[in-house]
Design a protein around this ligand. Sequence first.
Ligand code: NAP
Length: 291
Amino acid sequence: MARTLLVTGASGQLGHLVLEDLLARTSEDTIIALTRSPERLRAAFPSAKRLEIREADFDREDGLAAAFSGADRVLLISTDALDRPGRRLEQHKRAIAAAAAAGATHLVYTSITNPVADSPLPLADDHRRTEEALAASSLGHTILRVGWWLDNYLGALPSALESGALVAAASTGKANFISREDTARAAAAALAAPFEGRRTLNIVGPTPIDHSSLAAAASKAFGKPMAYVAVAGSDKQKALEAFLPPPVVSLLVGFDLAVARGDFEVSSSDFWELTGRAPLSAEAFFAKSAG
Ligand SMILES: NC(=O)c1ccc[n+]([C@@H]2O[C@H](COP(=O)([O-])OP(=O)(O)OC[C@H]3O[C@@H](n4cnc5c(N)ncnc54)[C@H](OP(=O)(O)O)[C@@H]3O)[C@@H](O)[C@H]2O)c1
């Protein structure tokens, strides 16, 4: 039976990739895309027939009931509202309540690997509390605990390759890095799946690697020598504070410290089982990025 699948945050980079994936599938399902920028999204998908675009802003309660109406299955893409503690969690809670009130049966949420209470990664808290809000709701759900994106390294990579040093406070810790594109594949597959119960999946890369291997993979792909330089968290914090805002510094240092203690070393076949393919390795990701 045809269903109505709803994707939130559809103008974001991840949301865009999810829509591309869903629209490429042969299916009777209707797709609703929520965004704060409907015109921009329509311009990106000018002739998509199965796509209905609606405006929604999770900072505001009004309009959310109409935005979610008719949705059977919802993909809630975690927002990027990290400027004020608590804001993002409130946004997610409003979306969960609106999806349940609209009569949706299932919600897929993009969480993070190991959102434990004592995580050094500040944003883990929102994810853990959003997972708790889902557990307390009436909704069936699929929680996607997504690994750290390889894409996160692309911005700083040119200067790291220039200096020959990938500086991190991750010690010898390993992580199962994944790409944004594979995350989109997994999110689209979970949304389009028939699964109606409650499950938590680890959407992670194929092999745990440390920062020496990460540096070697990027170095090989871009053809420039680069090695991992391990520093203390406090030193990385001081260096980054000179040019980045405090929430971004805590996020980057927090991730390194979480890797150092093993929080991101989680291997799983969930991606393969959900999508029927293997996730990109760091080597393949950087080779693709280098063109
Ligand atoms: N695992 C990782 O390493 C990793 C890395 C980066 C990001 N992430 C997470 O993945 C998400 C998507 O990443 P991305 O690269 O697509 O980021 P992005 O392009 O910056 O997109 C930001 C997302 O937040 C949504 N958003 C922001 N404020 C909102 C509001 N008031 N109401 C509703 N939606 C709101 C945006 O929706 P619209 O603009 O369409 O309204 C958009 O989907 C991020 O928000 C973050 O939670 C994970």
